[in-house]
Design a protein around this ligand. Structure first.
Ligand code: NAD
Ligand code: 89Y
Length: 343
């Protein structure tokens, strides 16, 4: 396979995982990096041996011939950078949250579609191997038709030390973390027709909400609860595990803390350990997320090679992003929100 030449924009906290992921993938490499912060540019450039370094994305697009660009900046810069990539006809990956608002997200999807440019949102949680293991059980038909789901992420892990900006935004847990858990709900139970939400801020030191509970009707008939908290102190800290309960017409699936999967279905009960592998560059407890970074980037390379639409394409991600918007609107109004009205 011809090697794809990519560039990374944004060399911050999370981008280091993406750079490790690219090193592990045959068929793609990062040939240039960009960051406004010279210190971050130096650290990541030196760590990963990338000589071509830019402080300005426009200059990088002008000077480099790129097969794709990987945007790992925070949300405020996503729209201009995605639109710049579209204008340059460069296929683009963009970190979550894709955009500040659904209107911005729609404009970004349109810009790429109009330019004929592939676009994938780096929505990686569904690529975690424990989540893929749950999806595989559903696909085998072991529990029949699911009618109920609870997808839960409750923790008191200090995410603010690595990502200080999370403490200062008006929106916090739904936009930052809930977006992943809502996407997992869609991945397992299908698209959503309506959502009801309640939020709270428990930690007085932050601006946004750190607790959110959402009740959803799925188009296929299932009901789910997605609950997220960064204010939940537990005996054993589960970060960053997503716990799952699914009830179906023929059985149940439970993904419990410690990556223990219990399936009761047509063939009886089976308990298995679905712990993610610890990649050579990964560290606990982040290894679950780090492994999914490699998986989604491999998927991107495969999609570019075979002209396939990525699972979390921009168009797909609008349906997850609409759930985020619905959750904030529904928490404010205390009314259910119809998702079709937003899309
Ligand atoms: P960060 O602030 O540590 O890094 C962002 C970097 O982008 C900074 O170095 C900044 O200087 C640079 N930057 C910003 N605007 C730029 C521009 N226009 N041109 C060039 N450089 C620019 O942020 P982070 O914690 O690494 O988060 C980055 C993104 O990754 C966020 O959207 C966050 O939500 C996401 N994230 C995703 C996951 C996941 O599992 N998918 C996990 C953590 C963070
Ligand atoms: O930014 C968040 C994400 O995407 O995964 C976990 C996180 O780093 C903190 O909530």
């Amino acid at each position: 396979m011809t090697e794809l030449h990519g560039a990374l924009i944004g060399c911050g906290f999370f981008a280091v995982n993406q750079m490790h992921g690219w090193l592990d993938i045959d068929g793609a490499s990062i040939v240039a990096i960009c960051d406004r912060d010279p210190e971050r540019l130096r650290i990541v450039g030196d760590q990963f041996g990338v000589a071509k370094r830019y402080s300005d994305a426009a200059a990088m697009f002008a000077n480099e011939s790129l097969d794709f660009v990987d945007i790992a900046t925070t949300v405020g810069s996503h729209r201009p950078l995605v639109e710049m990539a579209a204008a340059q006809r460069v296929p683009v990956i963009c970190q979550k949250p894709f955009a500040p608002t659904l209107a911005d997200a729609k404009a970004m999807v349109k810009a790429c579609a109009d330019a004929g440019v592939p676009l994938m949102v780096h929505e990686n949680f569904r690529w975690q191997s424990p989540i893929q293991a749950v999806r595989a059980v559903l696909d085998r038909g072991e529990i029949g038709t699911p009618f109920f789901g609870r997808i839960s992420f409750r923790s008191a892990y200090d995410v603010f030390s690595g990502q200080p900006y999370l403490a200062t935004g008006k929106r916090f847990i739904i936009e930052d973390l809930g977006i992943h858990i809502l996407d997992i709900a869609r991945f397992l139970l299908g698209d959503v027709s309506s959502l009801t939400a309640r939020t709270k801020r428990v930690n007085p030191a932050i601006v946004g909400e750190d607790v959110a509970t959402m009740l959803m009707d799925h188009e296929g008939g299932a009901t789910s609860v997605v609950d997220c908290s960064y204010a939940t102190k537990l005996a054993t800290e589960p970060f960053p595990e997503t716990l799952i309960e699914l009830d179906g017409s023929d059985g149940t699936i439970r993904l419990a803390q410690g990556y223990q999967l219990t399936v009761t279905g047509k063939s009886g009960t089976a308990v298995s350990d679905v712990s993610p592998p610890l990649l050579s560059w990964a560290s606990r407890p982040w290894h679950n997320i780090q492994e999914s970074v490699l998986a989604i980037q491999m998927h991107w390379v495969d999609c570019l090679a075979t002209a396939k639409e990525p699972a979390t394409s921009g168009a797909d991600n609008l349906k997850t992003f609409a759930l985020v918007e619905a959750a904030y609107a529904g928490a404010a109004s205390r009314q259910p929100v119809r998702i079709d009205d937003l899309l």
